[in-house]
Design a protein around this ligand. Structure first.
Ligand SMILES: Cc1cc2nc3c(=O)[nH]c(=O)nc-3n(C[C@H](O)[C@H](O)[C@H](O)COP(=O)(O)OP(=O)(O)OC[C@H]3O[C@@H](n4cnc5c(N)ncnc54)[C@H](O)[C@@H]3O)c2cc1C
Length: 498
């Protein structure tokens, strides 16, 4: 890097507390290696709220840079929405309740997986065909009749749906620009936020059939911001991996390096700040106990942020963002079967349907003949299944999965389920970005308020992905680490804890 030192560039990009201005940080350009956060100024006491991936990565980077970090986590485990379920399945079987697929194009996710010595495997078996379940009938995804079924246009028929979407993606990437660019979203990108995904696709010449095909298993695509789907398309089309042994091995590995800095079962209730310091108050043994810090990073999803009291209160812009970004309902139903009946048919065990659910094959065990299928239910179906779960009844989810794979009824040996709406520290799965949200809400989400900084997947352009949580954690760690430096580059005086 000539003309400017790395440090000068970093400082020019980072939030300057003295100036009170926030500029986005190009994390991908500045953070080339995990564990090597740039630090200037004295060590600070930093409290991080939430030990999901965002909080863990922020903590890891700050600890490596020499800061004094405490991570407060309300639930009994670190990892948040990365949650691998191993009980009550047969030995070696496990399933993801949350993050399941890791696109290989997600450089930050792949870097941290490697950094913590974890191994990856293909997300789907190398089987050519999954199942497409439409109007009650099953089709193989490699069936030429799919084009007729969805009435693709002639060029889409020639290319096939995946290549047609890849071409669209290439065209859209030009308009959305680089999402790691500090200036993103640019005015050109924001034009796409004025449309819903259906309007955007139709204006690009995509047939209604291909839009329905892309929406299989999901059912809310037409409601989403065109900019959101334009950004997501690249990740959706990328080849995917999983962490061998379970995706929770990543948060577990990060938490292990942090040791007793991670406190679980500690729910933050209140954050009080003055110009000199900030205190984070938690409920412990029916009493409120406050921890003093120099800076705080809050990583909780917006769906539960309003349960934390801020004194002074959050700005109106932030409160508006919190109350207007809507979270999706997701419930997963896990079905263990005594035989992997799909293998003899030469299909993968994965399926998409014309209802808001899909089926994943999660039979990750070399030592067992038994298999594990996951029903991935969205929105109204997830909420209907949750009603049944209240009385311990998984029937609805299992019967919908059996409509796709009737053999499930014959081979089923056990089941379990997980509702993200019912998780009191998530109250939903991920945000649904509607038209206008990137313009009105996105810029407010990462903005610091005094000594309180904000991270979490929802603050990153890679929202709804592990990569977004990592990206946001690094960004917040960078902001905090440099926040003691004034615009002249000298350390600002702060009240350090006694
Ligand atoms: C169903 C589902 C499917 C997904 N699929 C994928 C996928 O295939 N690939 C992918 O890359 N990503 C996927 N994701 C997204 C990915 O899981 C998230 O982007 C990421 O895990 C979010 O991390 P986070 O740290 O931002 O938030 P979280 O993981 O939610 O972490 C926040 C933490 O804060 C804690 N907390 C909340 N309130 C308080 C409080 N008051 N005090 C203290 N602690 C508190 C919570 O318990 C939680 O541990 C999926 C998510 C879900 C739910």
């Amino acid at each position: 890097m000539n003309m400017f030192t790395r440090r000068q560039v970093l400082r020019s990009l980072l939030f300057s507390a003295a100036a009170g201005a926030m500029r986005p940080v190009d994390i991908l350009a500045l953070h080339s290696k995990p564990g090597q956060l740039h630090k200037s100024g004295p060590a600070q006491k930093i409290v991080i709220v939430g030990a999901g991936i965002a909080g863990l990565i922020a903590a890891y980077e700050l600890v490596q840079a020499g800061h004094d970090v405490t991570l407060l986590e309300a639930s009994q485990r670190a990892g948040g929405r990365v949650h691998t379920v191993r009980e009550p399945f047969s030995s070696g079987l496990y399933a993801e309740a949350g993050a399941a697929r890791i696109p290989e194009t997600h450089a930050l996710s792949m870097q941290y997986i490697k950094h913590f010595g974890l191994d990856t495997a293909a997300f789907q078996p190398p089987n050519p065909s999954s199942t497409v379940h439409v109007r009650g009938k099953n089709y193989r995804s490699d069936d030429a009749g799919i084009s007729q079924l969805f009435s693709f246009s002639d060029s889409e028929k020639t290319l096939g749906p995946v290549r047609a979407l890849q071409q669209l993606n290439t065209a859209l990437q030009k308009q959305i620009g680089s999402i790691s660019d500090p200036a993103w979203p640019t005015p050109a990108a924001l034009q796409l936020d004025e449309l819903n995904a259906g309007e955007l696709f139709r204006s690009a010449g995509v047939s209604d059939g291909l839009i329905r095909y892309l929406d299989l298993g999901f059912g809310v695509l037409e409601q989403l911001s065109g900019l959101d789907i334009a950004v997501q398309l690249e990740s959706l089309l990328a080849s995917k991996v999983r962490i061998r042994g379970g995706n929770d091995l990543l948060p577990k590995a990060v938490a292990a390096t942090l040791g007793d800095r991670v406190l679980t079962g500690v729910a933050v209730e209140k954050i009080v700040q003055t110009s000199d310091s900030v205190a984070v108050c938690v409920a412990q043994a029916e009493q409120q106990h406050c921890i003093e810090a120099d800076q705080v990073i809050v990583t909780v999803p917006l769906s539960v942020l309003s349960e934390i009291e801020f004194a002074p209160g959050l700005t109106a812009a932030k409160r508006n963002a919190v109350s207007n970004l809507q979270y999706a309902s997701v419930t997963r139903v896990f079905a263990e079967v005594s035989e992997r009946f799909w293998e003899s048919k030469g299909i993968s065990g994965f399926a998409v349907t014309d209802h808001p659910f899909e089926v994943f094959n999660s039979s990750f065990s070399e030592n067992s003949e038994s298999g594990l299928l996951i029903g991935y239910f969205h929105e109204q179906i997830a909420r209907a299944i949750d009603e049944g779960l209240l009385s311990g009844n998984e029937e609805l989810g299992l019967s919908l999965m059996a409509e796709v794979f009737p053999e499930l009824n014959k081979f089923l040996t056990g089941s379990a389920s997980y509702s993200w709406d019912a998780n009191p520290w998530a109250k939903g799965a991920v945000a649904l970005w509607h038209p206008g949200d990137f313009k009105a809400i996105y810029p407010q989400l990462a903005a610091a308020e005094g000594r309180v900084y904000f991270a979490g997947e929802h603050t990153s352009p890679w929202h709804s992905w592990i990569q977004g949580a990592i990206h946001s954690g690094i960004r917040a760690a960078m902001e905090v680490s440099d926040s003691m430096i004034d615009s002249e580059g000298t350390a600002r005086k702060v009240a350090m804890p006694a």
